[in-house]
Design a protein around this ligand. Sequence first.
Ligand SMILES: *[C@@H]1O[C@H](CO)[C@@H](O)[C@H](O)[C@H]1NC(C)=O
Ligand SMILES: *[C@@H]1O[C@H](CO)[C@@H](O)[C@H](O)[C@H]1NC(C)=O
Ligand SMILES: *[C@@H]1O[C@H](CO)[C@@H](O)[C@H](O)[C@H]1NC(C)=O
Ligand SMILES: *[C@@H]1O[C@H](CO)[C@@H](O)[C@H](O)[C@H]1NC(C)=O
Ligand SMILES: *[C@@H]1O[C@H](CO)[C@@H](O)[C@H](O)[C@H]1NC(C)=O
Ligand SMILES: *[C@@H]1O[C@H](CO)[C@@H](O)[C@H](O)[C@H]1NC(C)=O
Ligand SMILES: *[C@@H]1O[C@H](CO)[C@@H](O)[C@H](O)[C@H]1NC(C)=O
Ligand SMILES: *[C@@H]1O[C@H](CO)[C@@H](O)[C@H](O)[C@H]1NC(C)=O
Ligand SMILES: *[C@@H]1O[C@H](CO)[C@@H](O)[C@H](O)[C@H]1NC(C)=O
Ligand SMILES: *[C@@H]1O[C@H](CO)[C@@H](O)[C@H](O)[C@H]1NC(C)=O
Ligand SMILES: *[C@@H]1O[C@H](CO)[C@@H](O)[C@H](O)[C@H]1NC(C)=O
Ligand SMILES: *[C@@H]1O[C@H](CO)[C@@H](O)[C@H](O)[C@H]1NC(C)=O
Length: 753
Amino acid sequence: MASATSYILFLSIFSSASALGAAQPRQSNISLDTSLYPTTNPTSWHSPNGRFAFGFYPEGTGFFIGIWLVASPENSTVIWTADRDDPPVTKDAVLKLTNGGLKLLLQHSEGRLISNISTGTDASSASMLDSGNFVIYDSNFHVIWETFDHPTDTIMAGQVLGSGSELFSSISETNHSSGKFQLSMQTDGNLVQYPVASPHYPADANYASGTNGDGYLSLYLDDKGWLYLHQGNVTSNLTSGYQNGTALVYRATLGVDGIFRLYSHDFELNTQQVLKEFPQVTDPCGIKGACGVNSYCTSANGQVVCMCLPGFDYFDTNRTWSGCRRNVTTTAGCYLGNDNMTYMSALKSVTWMDDPYDAPLSVTSDEDCSDACLKDCNCDAALFSDNTCRKQLFPLRYGMRDDSTTTFIKLVNTSAGGSSHAESPAAAPVIKIRRKYRAGRYRRLWRNKEPALVDEIAPRSFSYHELREATDGFKEELGKGAFGTVFKGALPRGQRAIAVKKLEKVVDEGEREFRTEMRTIGRTHHKNLVRLLGFCDEGTNRLLVYEYMSNGSLADLIFKADGHPNWDERVRIALDIARGIHYLHEECETRIIHCDIKPENILMDDNWTAKIADFGLAKLLMPSQTRTFTGIRGTRGYLAPEWHKNAPITVKADVYSFGIVLLEIICCRKNMELEAEEDAIVLLDWVHNCFMDGELERLVPDEVDMTELNRLVKVGLWCTQSEPGSRPSMKNVVTMLEANVDISLPPPPGFSS
Ligand SMILES: *[C@@H]1O[C@H](CO)[C@@H](O)[C@H](O)[C@H]1NC(C)=O
Ligand SMILES: *[C@@H]1O[C@H](CO)[C@@H](O)[C@H](O)[C@H]1NC(C)=O
Ligand SMILES: *[C@@H]1O[C@H](CO)[C@@H](O)[C@H](O)[C@H]1NC(C)=O
Ligand SMILES: *[C@@H]1O[C@H](CO)[C@@H](O)[C@H](O)[C@H]1NC(C)=O
Ligand SMILES: *[C@@H]1O[C@H](CO)[C@@H](O)[C@H](O)[C@H]1NC(C)=O
Ligand SMILES: *[C@@H]1O[C@H](CO)[C@@H](O)[C@H](O)[C@H]1NC(C)=O
Ligand SMILES: *[C@@H]1O[C@H](CO)[C@@H](O)[C@H](O)[C@H]1NC(C)=O
Ligand SMILES: *[C@@H]1O[C@H](CO)[C@@H](O)[C@H](O)[C@H]1NC(C)=O
Ligand SMILES: *[C@@H]1O[C@H](CO)[C@@H](O)[C@H](O)[C@H]1NC(C)=O
Ligand SMILES: *[C@@H]1O[C@H](CO)[C@@H](O)[C@H](O)[C@H]1NC(C)=O
Ligand SMILES: *[C@@H]1O[C@H](CO)[C@@H](O)[C@H](O)[C@H]1NC(C)=O
Ligand SMILES: *[C@@H]1O[C@H](CO)[C@@H](O)[C@H](O)[C@H]1NC(C)=O
């Protein structure tokens, strides 16, 4: 940016050639085929007020394209970066405005469009606006693309962070790749900051506006420095206004440290000021996620220092905040009662997010706590405070100083025969260790033929190789679902038939999230749920191993043209399903919203017992119900109306889907049948009409007990009420299906589209 003068000259000539004349200052108008270069002029395009520049800036070993505040201290306030997670470009790159958008031309590879801007062939000109927004116009001067729609870590005055959008912090002040934290404008109206590498449960949040359910659709910063959530004319102010003079520009940035800050920049005095912080913390270690897994945060002079657990080393010594792993990988199994192989190491005055896998133990001393963990094969670590011992699994997270807690970590004594070798940098020892322990334990139990015990344990971990063998190279495909393809296989021992699901869509979720979900799903046992036997988590290979269900899905059963189960069978199946969902909602440890109840996800075992599949793969429901979803997950036809209304999703969404499935079971037809008579196309409407007209016999393909039919139809109509609050709980559904209780007359379901 040194030769700004010649650049301004260049643009003055350019501007005066344009029809806009003097009113259009400097280079606010960028025409097709204009180019920028990293080191030769022009390197950037400025806004008319001169406060913003769009162009190449140096970072790392090369250059990035972005927008920055001009002459903030050292032009270092970057407010937007194009393709921030791509490598930098070299100095021979060229950026050119083409009719397809902004095109980056590179010397040694094919050119590409920045951020894959899809303007078609409509782009006609562009402007760096005074607001900090870079826009591309079509030939009618309609904005067809703007950086304000693609925020990175910052919003400027006038910019909106819309429903479902996120800001991601930068790695550091000098590296604008995506960093550790995100600020999400959730579809439930809550503005929440999470560490990126976390399961995004309420317990992971560092800040939440607490406005979930209030209907807010966006975060907005106005030109007076008001930061607020709004929808239509309703706002919730996060700050009060700060306006002081005209030289001020406001921005709000999710900082490298995870704190979302509102700044003002005074261009006359060339100063910047922090006006407000979310959350407000005095100690940087107060931000969860400041240090990675298995490391704890200490701070010195306001700087975060991350320390590994004893027996652990940094994943990357150059990035000590990225977490720690065991310094050795052990091949020791779990030697029950043989505690000379493992020992406990104490770490005083450090505490972690408490996520015990077992009920907390009352103990009288820290030694008891240490012992309890040592003797428990599953235990990786234990937290002792207030005479309570809470056993944990690795990875531990959000470690910080706390004088009242002692952490005990289980280590393997290599000199006592727990063999070990130094870990190669690429592997992930934490997982290996877990697999080894688990595998050892399973083998032992299976040999001992203790079916009761086997059924109780968490799912075991398989290697990809094992599963490839078990499925004969993924030969026999059983089906394709929302999350991946399912293959048939058999376990070597006992030839137990299994179904192996290769996950396709969820591989991007963090390792921790995957393991948490496996743990939850594995602990969720019920007669009417398909059992998860194990999983594989090797790099990008993520597979789930389920018990094999020999009789296909409910869809095969009730929608097939020839023959369908008789009425009694259908009633029994409906009850099976209701009990399974009831268990997910209310009886298992972690409440689970299935989100995709449909006949294809209900499988039939050898004895024609109906079992629900794919539960727990949608996000888990936290008891507080503040957990929300970032997109529609279910299947058309079974989706409750609230999915389309940005309303919070609760267990009642499953009740609705169950209601549709129940009506399908009753009538042995799909919820939508285009070939049906006009008044019968939409099942729900048809059922309701027949119910009102007292013509229930039209609904069923066979002769059935009319009193029972009437009862089931009423249950179905209650479940499909458009208002979630009007639908019964699954517990009530089970009672209504089971017992001959009186069911009141359901109101009209609120006709669905
Ligand atoms: C930019 O300048 C071109 C001529 O160079 C003119 O046709 C166009 O209308 C101008 N666009 C804007 C947005 O002012
Ligand atoms: C920024 O950090 C990322 C992640 O550590 C790294 O891959 C990248 O090379 C860094 N970029 C620069 C320009 O240093
Ligand atoms: C900041 O950018 C302006 C305009 O691009 C330039 O004149 C100035 O020298 C830059 N300042 C620094 C410290 O790089
Ligand atoms: C951009 O488009 C190319 C080719 O269509 C695609 O391979 C690439 O993944 C896209 N990149 C982004 C960031 O969307
Ligand atoms: C918002 O607008 C609606 C209709 O446009 C009006 O009924 C309501 O009173 C307004 N609310 C506020 C707080 O102004
Ligand atoms: C909230 O902010 C708006 C400006 O965006 C302002 O008009 C309104 O008075 C503020 N409300 C409160 C209660 O401060
Ligand atoms: C605004 O101006 C007042 C009085 O001039 C001053 O006390 C205050 O600190 C200023 N606020 C900001 C945010 O600059
Ligand atoms: C690993 O950590 C343990 C406990 O701190 C230590 O005794 C051992 O020497 C370390 N091993 C290696 C290979 O660094
Ligand atoms: C750490 O940085 C040094 C110097 O920049 C480099 O030589 C080394 O390879 C880096 N180590 C890792 C693990 O990336
Ligand atoms: C490790 O095992 C050796 C040999 O059995 C024993 O002497 C030593 O005390 C053990 N170390 C710990 C920390 O238990
Ligand atoms: C560890 O303990 C077992 C029995 O508890 C014993 O058989 C074995 O010899 C011990 N190993 C070592 C290295 O002391
Ligand atoms: C099926 O029923 C038989 C007899 O009740 C029982 O022995 C068997 O375990 C059942 N099979 C399954 C898969 O539940």
